[in-house]
Write a protein that binds this ligand. Structure first.
Ligand SMILES: *Cc1c(COP(=O)(O)O)cnc(C)c1O
Length: 392
């Protein structure tokens, strides 16, 4: 085999963590300032302002200093009180997983669960809220990454707002790669991070928190304080005039700063467009190769990850091993329920470039052929190219 396990792969086309932009890597090499140095405090405030601009927020976002799972767990701990009734919307592994956290903070959990290749139907949410007026918190995952499917969160957000409940959104793997912002979906708490579509390493959470959510967290006697799970501790940390509750991740802030600059400078619409085009070309190629998309319909297929169903008789782990060993390309597996059933090709940040669709298709098709399946790589590349060229 050409590419050994202990050597770096040539192209990482995963759905997170993703390759960082070279400029982000240079940013990470900046010196590590003392967190109480005024230069760092001024810098921190400036990064938060950039995040606010990128997230199109009217309030200051909160940076938490751990990868976005910290932010999701902190959202559950801080917002949900024991007398809340939570409606969890689960269309995949992450959505389902949030329910377990929610249950830790309130025993009252209702759930709408779909098949993991489908999306949540807003009408089902409307019906559930009507049937259960006591629902006070709703949680939804925007892009359930292990399925590569998108939920209609803006529509769901409007329904939840009408009901007067608080919406918690996991937008970790969609923000920065498609049009989504906390206020578009009227989120109470909106969690994202730098390590997916912004092309920076894992290590931080960016959270949008509405004024109403701040008030609820403050009134929640069970909300953690003096804890890494506390959102309240960090409320004022954005300001150069306030001390940090704990040491922030200085180096990660340097990386985030550059990632936000890149995103804002290129222009969000242009960034979203290259994510969408890369995914569209990949889907066209997969279909031309005779493979099935995991998503039940093209309309709910993610622009930041393409999940392809594992062909009958193929061992999915072996397929990814072949792809890496033969071509030096890395894809993501499924997770939990979707493990073994699909392979994920990420289009996030620096890998959201149409040319990577061709590399992904060639590597996948080549490995399938080597394993005795029949995959028409030529047809796949031609189909992907026609999508790319039609856009030029
Ligand atoms: C990546 C991701 C997270 C962060 O969690 P990890 O699994 O630890 O990377 C959370 N939610 C979604 C939807 C994600 O894609």
């Amino acid at each position: 085999m050409r590419y050994a396990d202990d050597a770096e792969p040539v192209i990482t086309l995963t759905s997170g963590p993703v390759n960082a932009y070279p400029d982000v890597l240079r940013g990470l090499s900046r010196t590590v300032l003392y967190d109480y140095d005024p230069a760092f405090q001024i810098f921190y405030e400036m990064v938060v302002e950039k995040a606010q601009k990128a997230m199109r927020l009217s309030t200051k976002p909160v940076i938490l200093h751990g990868e976005p799972v910290l932010g999701l767990e902190a959202a559950a701990a801080s917002l949900i009180s024991p007398d809340d009734t939570v409606l969890n919307l689960a269309s995949g592994v992450y959505g389902k997983g949030f329910g377990y956290w929610a249950k830790r903070y309130s025993p009252n959990l209702l759930e709408i669960e779909t098949a993991y290749n489908e999306a949540i139907d807003p009408q089902a949410v409307r019906d559930m809220l009507k049937k259960h007026p006591e629902i006070s918190v709703v949680a939804v995952c925007h892009h359930d990454t292990p399925s590569g499917t998108i939920n209609p969160i803006d529509e769901i957000g409007a329904i939840v707002a009408d009901h007067g409940a608080f919406l918690i959104v996991d937008a970790v793997s969609s923000f920065g790669g498609m049009k989504t912002h906390p206020e578009d979906c009227q989120a109470a708490v909106y969690i994202t991070g730098p390590n997916k579509c912004l092309g920076a390493p894992p290590g931080l959470t960016m959270a949008g928190v509405s004024d109403r959510a701040w008030a609820k967290m403050k009134a929640n006697a069970a909300a953690p304080r003096a804890s890494m799970l506390s959102i309240l501790d960090w409320e004022k940390a954005w300001s150069r005039d306030e001390p940090f509750p704990f040491t922030p991740s200085v180096a990660e802030m340097n990386g985030l700063d550059v990632a936000l600059d890149l995103y804002l400078r290129e222009g969000p619409e242009a960034v979203w467009a290259r994510h969408a085009l890369t995914a569209k070309a990949t889907r066209a190629g997969l279909r031309a190769m005779g493979l099935d998309l995991w998503a039940a319909s093209e309309a709910i297929a993610s622009p930041t990850t393409t999940a392809v169903r594992t062909p009958e008789g193929v061992d999915e782990a072996e397929l990814r091993r072949q792809v890496r060993a033969r071509y030096g390309v890395v894809f993501s597996s499924g997770r939990g329920e979707t493990l073994g059933k699909l392979t994920r090709i990420g289009h996030m940040g620096p890998t959201a470039q149409p040319i990577y669709a061709l590399a992904a298709l060639a590597a996948l098709g080549g490995a399938l052929n080597a394993m005795g399946s029949r995959a028409d790589v030529g047809a796949a590349v031609t189909a992907a190219m026609s999508v790319i060229d039609a856009d030029a």
